[in-house]
Write a new protein. Structure first.
Length: 234
């Protein structure tokens, strides 16, 4: 959507919806169509934001040759791209002081693992943490991850520059581009506690966690005091 098209009003589209379900009331259908109109507007807004994101000017050139330890040995930052021109880096809250990784990060990565081979058709995807690589690989095997590529930030330089200068156990999503041999920063998730609305946990948009997207479709919603765990054994 490039902004030149004349869009049909969302409610007009919603009223073309022919869905009906057993025993639904007129009040339900009216409310559902009103919600559908809002969902159509949300879809349009998502498309506008994505278009604006794609149109960002060139970001800053990556200033260092960052060094990592991967499952197959040492790697520098360019190696993380493989044969792709775009690299997505998820910084995993699994710092060396942790006995076990962050459950929220783990929930997200478990969902991403199932999509990793699909993502790899379009972009490189790397998961970076500060814990030693043997700890990362051991947990990967425990979790049953197959598609994610894990790396240790050996010196912490990458994490200090693109995640947090104060903490070696913070999370971030960064996207980088490689054009004509030059690696530049493209986009980072910048929404956090400072940008949170009243009564909400800090959350990003787009929301990278399928868990929350699924729960938002339910009458109970995502709730305000429930978070995923590493396991649910009783």
């Amino acid at each position: 959507m490039n902004g030149k098209e004349t869009l049909i009003p969302a409610m007009e589209l919603a009223l073309k919806n022919g869905a009906h379900y057993p025993n639904e009331s007129k009040e339900y259908r009216n409310a559902r169509n009103a919600l559908l109109a809002e969902e159509i507007e949300l879809r349009r807004h998502i498309e506008r934001v994505a278009e604006q994101r794609r149109a960002l000017p060139l970001g800053g050139e990556v200033p260092k040759t960052y060094k990592f330890e991967g499952e197959n040995g040492p790697a520098d930052f360019a190696d993380l791209f493989g044969d792709k021109q775009t690299l997505i880096v998820y910084s995993y809250m699994f710092g060396p002081q942790r006995q076990r990784p962050c459950p929220m990060c783990t929930s997200l990565l478990s969902a991403w693992d199932g999509e990793a081979n699909d993502v790899a058709q379009r972009a490189a995807l790397a998961v970076v943490a500060r814990s030693p690589i043997d700890r990362l690989v051991a947990f990967k095997k425990e979790r049953g991850w197959k598609g994610l590529n894990l790396y240790t930030d050996l010196s912490g330089d990458y994490s200090r520059d693109y995640v947090s200068a104060e903490s070696d156990d913070d999370t971030a999503i960064n996207v980088f581009s490689r054009r004509d041999g030059t690696i530049r920063h493209f986009w980072s998730a910048e929404m956090g506690s400072e940008t949170a609305d009243p009564g909400q946990d800090s959350r990003g948009a787009p929301d990278p966690m399928p868990l929350w997207v699924i729960l938002d479709m339910t009458p109970e919603g995502r709730g305000s005091n429930w978070y995923p765990k590493l396991d649910y054994a009783t």
